[in-house]
Design a protein around this ligand. Structure first.
Ligand code: ZN
Length: 332
């Protein structure tokens, strides 16, 4: 980027931070039109991008929720699905994926302060005594080791900040998401890394992967503002699994969460936005009435599709309010 453009972009970023809290924030909000479902992941103390950009800082998160509550209409996912929009304002629903402990510790108090409705989408990993999502494990372990890995007989070497198969040339993420989407393969990946790196006792790293326990999930479900939804059972890419296996996983996740929260789980966010049209139908028949993709649809869905809705991800790669404006701009 040329220097002048860089300066302009920086000034614009700072300006956005300033205006959001002033009367101009209202003018900006008036220029936003439409209805959006936001997708957050973590809310950490510093919003560090050391491992990935999925954790907003507490300061940024508070600014974003303050802006949304002041100038926009923030509604529950149920109202969003029912089309109960404020016609005079842009409408937002707020969602969180993965069930991090930092959602409980850092996001929940802000949501309650601002009386902001939200849904937390959670997996069933606690029930099988697994304590870390595969994507976090791979992100963090890859950052912390350079060792050559053998996974199920295949050799992987690190290039940049990613492991690639020396046989197929495919990245470890591509293989886990599309080729070997089952849970057993994830256990093999973890085992291969575990020979070279151990980070699970490191308190600083813990903030970026630790999940809520059953008691914290139950406590969250009692909040007036937060609803619990399913994020699959093992965080597998459900669209890459055989149909019946994916359906069984959704039913199992629904049952597990219902045993904790004492109400019917009707909301589903597909892990990694991975689904099939057939799975959307089956999930609906299983009672998962509100279904969400990730940053984009995988199939050619019609804009008024009521079965599955698109979300706009918030990533900690820009200043606080630009994270929000970028998500909205992407939508436009
Ligand atoms: Zn997820």
């Amino acid at each position: 980027m040329p220097i002048a453009a860089k300066i302009f972009s920086k000034v614009k970023r700072i300006a956005n931070e300033q205006v959001a809290g002033s009367v101009l924030g209202g003018i900006i909000a008036k220029k936003i039109s439409g209805n959006y479902i936001l997708m957050y992941h973590g809310v950490s103390k510093t919003g560090s991008t050391r491992f990935n950009s999925r954790h907003a800082s507490i300061v940024c998160f508070r600014k974003q929720i303050a802006f949304l509550k002041k100038y926009c209409s923030v509604i529950s996912l149920t109202d969003f699905a029912d089309g109960k929009f404020d016609p005079d304002k842009p409408n937002f629903a707020v969602t969180f994926d993965d069930g991090y402990l930092n959602n409980f510790l850092n996001a929940k108090p802000v949501l309650e302060d601002y009386r902001c409705p939200a849904t937390f989408f959670i997996t069933g990993l606690n029930e099988v005594n697994d304590n870390i999502l595969w994507a976090d494990f791979v992100n963090i372990a890859t950052t912390l080791t350079n060792a050559e890995l053998k996974i199920d007989g295949e050799t992987f070497r690190k290039q940049g900040n990613c492991y690639f198969s020396q046989d197929s040339g495919k990245s470890i993420y591509e293989i886990i998401k599309h080729q070997r989407a089952d849970y057993q393969y994830k256990l093999k990946v973890k085992e291969a890394f575990a020979n070279h790196v151990h980070f699970q006792d490191d308190m600083e790293v813990k903030e970026y992967w630790q999940l809520m326990n059953d008691q914290q999930i139950a406590e969250t479900s009692h909040s007036t503002y937060i609803k619990i939804g399913s994020h699959g059972y093992y965080h597998n890419n459900l669209g890459s699994l055989p149909h019946q296996v994916a359906v069984d996983e959704l039913v199992r996740s629904k049952k597990y969460l219902e045993s904790l929260v004492q109400y019917e789980i009707q909301e589903l966010a597909y892990p990694d936005g991975s689904y099939t049209p057939q799975l959307v139908q089956s999930a609906r028949q299983s009672g998962l009435k509100i279904q969400l993709a990730a940053d984009h649809f995988l199939f050619n869905e019609s804009p008024d599709n009521t079965n599955i809705k698109k979300r706009y991800g918030i990533y900690s790669v820009d200043s606080c309010l630009n994270q929000l404006f970028t998500a909205i701009k992407t939508a436009g």
